[in-house]
Every structure is written in C-alpha cells, then in structure tokens.
Design a binder for this molecule. Structure first.
Ligand code: NCD
Length: 335
C-alpha cells in the first residue's frame, strides 16, 4: 500500500480533510491562504480572542520527544475550540507495547478523533498512517487527516510552513532569496521540508553549509534542482554568499547516528558566534533555528536584533498551526 500511496495535492487553497505529509503536496496559492489566516490568528491571539472554528477532537501521537511542536499544536487546537488528547511514548504506554501494529493503532485513534498529529522516528511513517486511513475509509463516517509532525529523517512540513511564514512576514516575499542552511543537511527533516517549500517559488538559492558527511541526499538535491531551486553545497564559512536574507542554523541530529564518535566529531563543525556574525553576516538577514539548539548558536547571539529563533519564529508556530488545523477541519474556510 505504502509504495503506491501518494498524498493528495493541496492546491488552490483546498485543505479540507486532506492529510499533510510533505511540502511536495502544496502550491503557492495554498500557502498564501494559510499565511493570511495565520495573520488573522495572530491578531486574535494578541487580543486574547476565542475562536470557535472547530469543535474537533484531535489526537497528538508522539513516538519521539518534542517540546515546541507538541505544545504549540496542543495550545493551537484548544485556542480554536478543539480538544487535543496527547499520547506520548505509545511504545511504552499503549497497546503498541503489547505488539500492536502501527496500522491498528492509527485506526483506533482515527475512530475516536477528527485529526491525528503524528511524530514518529521512521521516515515514511506519516504516509503509512495516511495510507491506513485511506484503506479503511469505507468504514468511517469521514476521513481523519494525518498531520506529519516529523517522520524520522523525512520531513517536518508544519515547521517549514512556520519558517516560510516567518520569512514572508519579514521580507514580504518568498522569491529571489538567498537562504543559507547550516548543520545536518543530511538528517535534518526541517531542512528537507524548507527546501521543498523554497523550490515552489521563483529565483531562490539555497546555500547548504555542512561537513561533507552531512550533505543533502543527492536524489533529493536533483529533484529540488529540477523543481527550480538553485543549490550550492559549501563546506566552509569563507564560502558563504556576501548577501543573504536567512541563516537557518540547525543542530547535528545525534539520534540519527549509530557511531557516537562520528557524532562527537561532527557536532561542533559550525558554531555561530558574534565573531562569525560580524565577519560574514549581512545587515538585513534573519537568523533562524528550528530548535532545540545544543551549542551550535552561542547564547551571546541571542541579543542580536537579527536573531529570530527565540522570538517571532517560535510564535509563528502557534499561529500557523491554528490556521492549518482550522483549514483542515472547517469546510467554511474553503475558497
Ligand atoms: C526539530 C525536529 O524535531 O525535527 N524540532 C522541531 O520540531 N522544532 C529540529 C530538531 O530536532 O533538531
């Protein structure tokens, strides 16, 4: 089933009841609609607004640790009138520990809820969950969207949405940008989704700064280039472009390594300090990080006005997730 499963496109702003598995599903019209609704959510939030857009039950199923993604989804769902139920560590605290299959677990949660937000250590798991729902659709009153909140080294589409939204708010465009991504390009799912998102817009160049061992998978690089994204792979700070709008710094993903010594060697390859920023940083750029950081951005950088990772970028996560869940579950928000 999984081999043949393709998540449906989310084009023309039509989100209703669709699974959100990959940034490949989206067109720019849908993202624009999402950002506009996120702006509205931001406004309501500032006024402590109560938006009863959905009366839905949502299950947040987290097989991997999370801070921002889980809590921002939970609060976003509550704030638009829905009710989240959080299930963390199901491998220890649910029937998964008795040997239940992943497909059965998904069916059970789908029977009780209107939406499932899933984080799982295996790439392809969100697609597998969506395929299981689709296979059982005849027995259900309606589809239950699966939202991929990180599938191993695969993707993290809602992080890319909030990252793109942050860039759009700051620069007023998502075209003709120089975006520098730093760190674990090979294993970083937030980068995989961000690059797919950038490839939807014209004239973007991604500068990928990493040690050679952590470069982007060549098949994904080829696909992105075919989609129109320019990619420049670099391995030293000296090769950074003189003008860029975004520095997207990331941690080396320790949990994806089998060899701890290799992790130790690579983990501090590129550390952002005030000195690095003064030497290579553009005046107008923004510094982003999906978090958690574990030393790759020195705390002294936090005070720099260009640092967005502890401010606007985190806040955007809640507003984007409020908007996304509302559009997935409320037909009235269709175009
Ligand atoms: C990221 C993730 O889980 O992929 N965190 C997040 O959701 N904001 C990044 C990471 O763990 O490095």
């Amino acid at each position: 089933m999984l081999e043949t499963y393709q998540p449906p496109p989310i084009h023309g702003g039509e989100f209703y009841l669709k699974p959100v598995i990959s940034m490949d599903q989206f067109d720019t019209t849908s993202l624009e609609k999402l950002f506009k609704l996120a702006e509205h959510m931001r406004c309501l939030d500032r006024n402590i607004g109560d938006v009863s857009l959905v009366k839905a039950q949502a299950v947040l199923l987290f097989y991997e640790p999370s801070t921002r993604t889980r809590v921002s989804f939970e609060i976003a769902i509550k704030q638009i009138g829905g009710q989240p139920t959080v299930v963390t560590d199901p491998q220890h605290f649910s029937s998964v520990s008795k040997g239940e299959s992943f497909g059965d677990t998904i069916q059970a949660f789908a029977a009780y809820s209107d939406l499932i937000v899933l984080r799982h250590p295996e790439k392809g798991s969100a697609a597998q969950a969506a395929a299981a729902i689709e296979a059982n659709l005849k027995r259900m009153p309606r589809s239950v969207p699966i939202v991929n909140a990180g599938d191993g080294i695969g993707e993290h589409p809602t992080q890319a949405m909030l990252d793109l939204y942050t860039i759009w708010r700051r620069f007023g465009r998502l075209e003709n940008l120089n975006v520098v991504c730093v760190g674990d390009i090979k294993n970083g799912r937030t980068i995989h989704s961000l690059l797919r998102g950038l490839s939807l817009y014209k004239g973007n160049t991604a500068w990928l700064l990493s040690p050679p061992q952590l470069q982007l998978d060549s098949r994904l690089a080829d696909r992105l280039i075919t989609a129109g994204l320019q990619i420049c792979e670099i391995d030293s700070l000296e090769m950074l472009p003189p003008v860029s709008q975004v520095w997207y710094w990331t941690r080396v993903q320790r949990e994806r390594f089998t060899d701890h010594t290799e992790y130790e060697q690579l983990s501090s390859s590129f550390v952002l300090t005030n000195e690095v920023l003064a030497k290579y940083g553009d005046h107008d750029l923004i510094i982003m990080h999906p978090l958690p950081r574990v030393g790759e951005i020195s705390e002294e950088v936090d005070k720099d006005p260009r640092a967005e990772y502890l401010g606007e970028q985190i806040r955007a996560g809640k507003h984007i997730r409020m908007a996304l869940v509302a559009m997935l579950l409320n037909r009235d928000l269709e175009p």
